[in-house]
Every structure is written in C-alpha cells, then in structure tokens.
Design a protein around this ligand. Structure first.
Ligand SMILES: Cc1ncc(COP(=O)(O)O)c(C=O)c1O
Length: 312
C-alpha cells in the first residue's frame, strides 16, 4: 500500500487533506493568489525555472512577501517531488502545482495564535487523469468556440499574472459547453481579436507560417515559449499578430498549447472545419519533434494513461 502524498504547506509537509486555505486568507478575500502548473516528462520537471520565474513576476507585482527566494522555492519544489516519489505510481509523469498568497489577513490574527504566515503550497499529482482524455483528441482534433465572454483587458486584470481570479475563464467554459459539451472556449479582446483559451494559448497556420496572438491580453504560456523555440529550431516561421475569426476560418491548421497537453490540434472552429477538417502536417511535425525533445511519445502516453484511468 503506497503512503498518502504530502503537500509542502508554508514550510512543512502535510497530508493532502490538510492542505487547506483559510477563509481569512487574501486568496479568498481578494482572489490575489498566484499559481503555477508545471509537468514532468520521464519524471523530470519540464521548464520548472520558467514557471517559477512567471510565479515570481506575479509575486512581485502583487507585493506578496512569500518569504522564499526563487532558489529556495525551487529547492522546496524538488524536496516535494522527492518526498512523494515513492508515494506516486512508478514511471508515471506528474504535475507540480504552486499556489502562493499573502496568507491570512492581519485583521484576523487572533484566530492564529501561532502567527500568520504567507500561504505557499506545492503539491504533486499523477497526470494519469489529466492526460487520459487527450489520446483521441491528438488524432481527431478539438472543436473551439468563441463565446460571448471576452477576455478582461490587461489594464483591468492582467492575465500575464497567473492568478486565481478566474471567473471569466469559467464563464467562457460554461457558455462553450452550451454550444457543444466537448468544445473548448476561446476568448476575444475588445476589438474581437482572439486572445487565448481558458487554459491554453492559440495558434493558426497559414501557408506554412504559424501565427499566434501578441503577448498583450493573454497569459504568456511556458508552452507558448516552447512552441516558439521549437518552430525556430524546425525552421517554421512563427509570427505574433492579431488574429480575427476570419483568419481562423481561412487558416490551413489551428492548435492550442498548454503545459499538460503540449499542443492539441483544432480541427473545428465555431462549428466549421479548420482547413480540410483533418489534423494538419505542421501540428503533426510539432508533436513529433517535441516528443523527440522530451523523450516521451506524448500521443502514446495519452493512450497509455487512458488505459490506466479506465482500469481504475
Ligand atoms: C489562461 C491560460 N492561458 C494559457 C495557458 C497556457 O500556459 P502554459 O503553457 O504555461 O501552461 C494557461 C495555462 O494554465 C492558462 O490558464
């Protein structure tokens, strides 16, 4: 019997069931919690430092005094992975989740006789269930729909800070599911340009060039940076520019990216086929090259994890 997993919580390790956030925490009071989601390939964290740098940009801007330097956060992350290695299924990749807020507000300090600390959690979680649904989607592609819920402009709530005030992303998911229960929502900005998905970045391919929205009103994904790096390596031009819905309708291919999936092809957009409606050569090339880089066949892994999830 495997021991239950442990969560790093503000300096100590506690069981997952005790890794709670107080109702007096600024995370709930103001929604000013910042977070990260990193994943492993072959059980080694992928671009952990990039995720931590984005986390620390949010920490700086929100003036959260978390009490750990980025190096200490990295060390605490590696400790959390190590302590949980035997507590996770062998050979399975995992996610690493960071959550940081200022902790309970000083006004409520009498509730905490041992003193108030910033809230920092680091936890790991096997990726089996996250990745299981992706297998068929790498092959068929997904349906993306633009809903009435738009992105909040960066001047109001900056999406570049990966934060937990995510009600507008959730609203877009709710509206997308009304169109098609399997659809992924896409948001637009005030001018109608596509910004991002509710947990992913967006791209189209036209005449051999990849286009992705500028980094203005979006979360600048770590995977987005990986896609830009990989396309440069493969000699595929990649341009950041405003993308209108018309551009998607007239594109050859489209895809989304995020940490857990790397990329997923988008073969249907607002109920119309993208290109010829099949997964295109650029997406296939990126998936195959990325699988080579990380040493994991990501499509095979998704199928393998689906079989494991079904056996559970
Ligand atoms: C709104 C949003 N955009 C984009 C992304 C993709 O970011 P990353 O590639 O760092 O996972 C995410 C990831 O959670 C997200 O929540």
């Amino acid at each position: 019997m495997t021991e239950p997993r442990l969560v790093y919580k503000s300096g100590e390790f506690v069981p997952e069931s005790e890794a709670t956030v107080s109702i007096f925490d600024t995370a709930l009071m103001y929604g000013d919690m910042v977070f990260e989601m990193t994943r492993s390939y072959n059980q080694a964290p992928y671009r952990l430092r990039d995720h931590l740098e984005r986390l620390y940009a949010g920490i700086k801007i929100l003036e959260i005094d978390c009490g750990l330097t980025i190096d200490e956060m990295e060390a605490a992350t590696l400790d959390t992975i190590d302590i949980n290695r035997d507590r996770m299924p062998e050979g399975i990749d995992y996610q690493i989740m960071h959550n940081v807020s200022g902790g309970p507000m000083a006004l409520y300090s009498s509730v905490f006789p041992k003193g108030i600390k910033p809230t920092i959690t680091i936890n790991v979680w096997p990726l089996t269930w996250h990745i299981a649904p992706y297998g068929p989607k790498y092959e068929s592609g997904i349906h993306c729909v633009v809903t009435a819920q738009q992105s909040v402009p960066a001047r109001l709530i900056d999406p570049k800070i990966k934060n937990r005030s995510r009600i507008y992303y959730q609203m877009a998911n709710i509206l997308a599911r009304k169109v098609d229960p399997d659809a992924y929502a896409l948001l637009t900005d005030e001018d109608g340009y596509i910004t991002e998905g509710t947990g992913n970045n967006f791209y189209i391919v036209k005449d051999g060039t990849i286009f992705t929205p500028e980094g203005r009103n979006i979360l600048r994904g770590v995977t987005r940076a990986a896609v830009l790096d990989l396309s440069a390596e493969l000699g595929i031009p990649c341009v950041e520019k405003n993308i209108e819905m018309y551009d998607v309708h007239t594109a050859d291919e489209a895809f989304i990216s995020s940490t857990s999936m790397f990329i997923l092809p988008v073969t249907k957009f607002n109920d119309l086929p993208v290109g010829d409606g099949a997964v295109g050569p650029t997406v296939k090339r990126l998936i195959s090259a990325f699988s080579g880089t990380v040493g994991v066949d990501i499509v095979a892994q998704a199928h393998e994890y689906a079989a494991l999830a079904n056996a559970d």
